[in-house]
Design a protein around this ligand. Structure first.
Ligand code: ZN
Length: 394
């Protein structure tokens, strides 16, 4: 039977890094050809007309080069750019755990483990882990060492594997901080199971993991999708990088816009108070908010204030990108009297996870992708917790 892979329940990425993801040739010509192919696909995805060289020309040149330098064609077409993916920025994929259901319907958080093929997660604690095992972990002569089926109800030991980092991102989405000990494991297991059963998938949870093509029968390191495996952990140095990218006029206030109010004859949103708009914005997607601003001039005018856009940055960016908080506390960072709508749009644009992405925000874009993917799980989990929701605490 051919082997298959199971993926992180939270990010959809590979829960191990022994052989994969793969990186391609670092030969300068091979890199040029790789990037030309990615740029071409990126233009095609953006719907731009292709006026550059044809696929045939690029392919012919690539084949020649691969033959001449003995570079594997198959590996080049199923590997990442070696300058974007390094051992250091995929190390986080190595750290995995799972939530499993043990005897007497008790849910445990496993010690570290790795994916071992054929749908099995291998729990392999080290000496230090053995001293701190979850009391709900099944017993036995080698307690702590288990091979558990992923994404199946076939036996009572079924589990949901995930990266440690992704579990911390999930905790942040629920509690506003990455303390995973606050997660009610039973409620989380039940929420995961409900989503998996609804999706019918036996390889992942079935969340919307974004536009990534890696989750094949076995993991495919798709060129151009480097962001999908890049380290999403906090980057304390990132606000210095951002400050180096900014110019004094970047977020300057726009000149006055024409008053279009006389053209509005009937808008049902006219009577909506500002406070209500502010209260609902955390529950709307950014795309929905911009659609609303475009559809309603009164709301557009009502929200045309620094306070509103600072609020938008707080609820739609700082939640998953907390390390840039100091950009907003330092008076010089964004220039004098910045236009916060521009600041919001810039931050939202540079961190967008998209095909062919590179540069300093690639890991942040992966975090944003994971954050978006886990929102339905976080909400379902909160539904299963009695009393005030943790989200209401902050
Ligand atoms: Zn993950």
């Amino acid at each position: 039977m051919a082997s298959w892979d199971c993926y992180c329940a939270l990010c959809g990425g590979p829960p191990w890094v022994m052989l994969r993801p793969e990186v391609g040739s670092a030969d300068p010509e091979a890199l040029l050809l790789r990037r030309a192919r990615i740029a071409k696909k990126k233009r095609r995805l953006a719907g731009e007309p292709d006026v550059h060289e044809s696929d045939d020309e690029n392919n012919a040149r690539a084949k020649e080069l691969w033959e001449e330098k003995e570079i594997s064609e198959a590996e080049e077409k199923r590997s990442y750019d070696p300058e974007l993916i390094t051992p250091g920025n995929i190390e986080w994929l190595r750290m995995c755990h799972c939530l499993g259901l043990g005897p007497k319907a008790r849910v445990y958080l496993s010690p570290p483990g790795y994916y071992g093929d054929y749908g099995v997660f291998c729990i392999r604690p080290n000496a230090e882990d053995l001293a701190n095992l979850d009391p709900n972990l099944p017993g036995g002569p080698r307690r702590g060492f288990l091979d558990v089926d992923c994404y199946t109800k076939r036996n009572t030991f079924a589990c949901f594997p995930f990266h440690t980092t992704c579990y911390e991102i999930l905790a942040r989405a629920i509690f506003g901080n990455p303390d995973t000990t606050r997660i009610d494991k039973y409620a989380m297991y039940m929420a995961m199971q409900q989503i998996q059963v609804a999706s019918g998938s036996r390889q992942h949870l079935g969340l919307d993991y974004g536009e990534i093509g890696g989750m094949d029968r076995t993991w495919s390191s798709v060129p151009g999708e480097e962001y999908s495996v890049h380290d999403p952990r906090l980057r304390p140095d990132i606000s210095r990088t951002i400050q180096a990218m900014l110019s004094p006029q970047m977020f300057a206030q726009p000149s006055c816009l024409p008053d279009l109010s006389p053209k509005v004859h009937n808008d049902p949103f006219t009577t909506l108070p500002y406070d209500i708009i502010v209260m609902v914005t955390p529950y709307l997607s950014v795309q929905d908010i911009f659609s609303l601003l475009q559809a309603s001039l009164p709301i557009n005018k009502l929200t045309n204030s620094p306070n509103f856009w600072q609020w938008m940055i707080r609820v739609h960016i700082l939640t998953w990108f907390p390390e840039i908080e100091d950009l907003f506390t330092s008076s010089e960072a964004l220039g004098n009297d910045p236009d916060f709508k521009r600041v919001f749009l810039w931050l939202f644009s540079v961190t967008k996870p998209e095909f062919g992405m590179k540069g300093p925000f690639i890991g942040i874009a992966n975090r944003r992708r994971i954050w978006n993917a886990i929102q339905p799980l976080a909400l379902l989990y909160l539904d299963k917790i009695p009393g005030p929701t943790p989200l209401q605490e902050h």
